[in-house]
Design a protein. Structure first.
Length: 192
């Protein structure tokens, strides 16, 4: 029983940290923008503007990611996710029969700001194990993955799902989060 409590406490940590980070970000005021659509520079950097997320951030709640969740978990269907866009952060929560699966992306103004956000989130989540499938990505062994792509900081949190035997490939929480993060980044870079 003690092992179950310890594991559950460890799993709740990353979700609580994300909520704290989102909560802190939500309290900051954002200046209204004249443009309501994102702009993309020649380097591929997405500039956050307006009241709706840039296209790259919208992909988290799109059909391609929803299909990835469905396939990775071996489900017949996954309901549309709940989504929030605030303070340049898009969060999509997929309510699966196994528990919630959370995707979040912070859209920074430039790569330097994204790198700072990425490092801060890595530290908070204690994500110290680099991934081999993604260049700038780390996992924490507790179901959370954080990845950096241009000026986007991706966070995939599978810590609320059962710890093991997820989907047809019997993945761990971390294994599932890695697969799903790779799918998002591949979609952003045109490899998916």
């Amino acid at each position: 029983m003690g092992h179950v409590m310890t594991t559950r406490t460890q799993l709740i940590g990353p979700a609580a940290i994300l909520l704290a980070v989102v909560g802190c970000a939500s309290s900051e005021a954002t200046a209204p923008s004249a443009a309501s659509t994102p702009e993309q520079s020649a380097s591929g950097t997405v500039h956050p503007q307006g009241d709706s997320p840039p296209e790259a951030a919208q992909t988290l709640c799109g059909d391609a990611v929803r299909d990835q969740v469905q396939d990775a978990l071996g489900l017949d269907a996954v309901p549309p996710p709940g989504s929030v866009w605030a303070d340049n952060r898009s969060t999509c929560t997929y309510q699966t029969p196994l528990g919630p699966l959370v995707y979040s992306v912070v859209v920074e103004a430039d790569q330097l700001a994204a790198q700072d956000q990425f490092e801060a989130l890595r530290t908070e989540l204690q994500a110290t194990s680099p991934l081999t499938g993604l260049e700038d990505a780390y996992e924490n062994g507790l179901g959370a993955v954080v990845a950096l792509q241009d000026n986007l900081v991706l966070f995939v949190d599978a810590s609320a799902l059962p710890p093991e035997h997820l989907g047809p490939d019997h993945q761990s929480q971390t294994g599932l989060a890695i697969i799903l993060a790779e799918g998002v980044v591949d979609g952003w870079t045109g490899q998916g």
